[in-house]
Design a protein around this ligand. Sequence first.
Ligand code: SAM
Length: 246
Amino acid sequence: THFGYRTVPLDEKQSLVDDVFHKVARRYDIMNDLMSGGLHRVWKDALLSKVRPPQSPRPFRLLDLAGGTGDVSFRVVEAGGPGTTAVVADINAEMLAVGRERAEKRGLAERVEFAEANAEALPFPDRSFDAVTIAFGIRNVPRIPVALAEMRRVLKPGGRAFVLEFSKVDVPGLDAVYDAYSFRVIPALGRMVAGDAEPYQYLVESIRRFPTAEAFAQLMREAGFARVDFMRMTGGVVALHWGFRI
Ligand code: SAM
């Protein structure tokens, strides 16, 4: 397109993604607030209200895939009862290291574990989690159907998977604003704060290539999830999908 859209072959994709998060790990949390104007907090709150960890001491084990610096896990564990625990799994050791420090500071080190893992090949046994979340992570995974199958495999029957991800803006007028924001403002912010625009350029492009909400729901059904549904937020900037393993 006129924005200089560039297609990245599948085999290069993971290493590009690793590069991005390797560069930004230390500044990831501040960049998140800055680039989303704080909206990522609203989106994660919506995710939390769907995950609904138990208030009782009943055990509830969350796998937070592509969990990065631990944001989603911290929220779920803090909202849940004393039996609620989480595993933050991410392919990037730097992101996990920042997460571990944050868990210590928040007094959550006992209840949140960190594991280096690729979403396409999870090092966890079948049927071991009550819920699996992946927030702003699945669009980075080269083979999405493989990751979805893994998510289902590690869920206990009756457990739910939640996917929070950028989607397609469906409000007339907002799409032009969103394009201008993502192709001009985001890379500029990246240059200013992280010293490099290119990683952010790549992230913006990865959002454009991601399937529509309906198409993604279909991918979840094909991976074997039942009662798949989704909600759009902020005019379609983000969508939250969920499905059960039954
Ligand atoms: N979930 C966190 C949040 O919402 O703040 C972090 C999201 S961050 C945008 C995306 C994360 O996906 C990065 O930490 C990156 O290392 C991770 N990631 C990318 N490819 C992955 C893969 N194949 N398996 C697991 N994690 C991956």
